[in-house]
Write a protein that binds this ligand. Sequence first.
Ligand SMILES: [Zn+2]
Length: 281
Amino acid sequence: MNYFFNPVNLEQWNMFEKVKKIGHIEVFLATKDMKLNDIMILHVGNQLKNKESGIYAWGIIVKEPYILTNSPKDYCNNKLSVDVKILYINYEEPVIKTSEHKIFNQYRRVHKLKEENISKLLNLLPVNFFQLPDKQIIDTIENNDIQIQNNNFTVAERNIIAKARIGQGIYKERLVKKFNGECCICHLKNISLLIASHIKEWANSDIYEKGDVNNGLLLCTLHDSLFDKHLITFSKDGNIIFSNKLSEEDKKILNLKDDIHINLTAEMETYMKYHRDKLAK
Ligand SMILES: [Zn+2]
């Protein structure tokens, strides 16, 4: 998943009037490397006196790049375009004011964000920026947004799955960046085998904790399973602690050595303490 910056030209398309609710789909100028489900960050410049310049909205790409035709009034007409579903908009003021931060290389052209700028952006955004709205999104996301293989799902179920999948995708992206795309324990780099694991379990986390990167570890499927079942945990210093439900033979077969260590920050330790207290006995 990539992040793209897109300047909203309010003279051609006024999102404050056009986007009435979350789920609105709009055409934007595209670059060739855009893919389905990539994130589009929408930035408003200095065109309106009553709107400060900054980031107001984001959405996901729901149709890959194509040439828009036969749309005479659209500024994307005959240009490479993508359809974007708006998933967050703040009509009142920018979530990040341009005047306060210089995150982007330039503000006039649609472009892919560089790694270092994504990290800066994610650090500046409010926690709830990528928190998907519950009710509205279920009301507005169409079933065919994201391919869900099993057709036995009801429309409502599919919507919930689609929403959760987008949210998890973003959370995993953030953890992949934080942990350099490696399992925190064994340093496996195969992304398809890595899981965004919550330290304090997802079900018991509040809205803030669910989206907090400090509550996450990037783990391979094996280590996620051990961690999730409370068979391993970590000390305040980041050293591995084993449950006595794991025998010496288990540890040997699973290649679990006593010197396994992760980098644990103070912010992560709050969650880890919670996890440690639940070590399987
Ligand atoms: Zn691992």
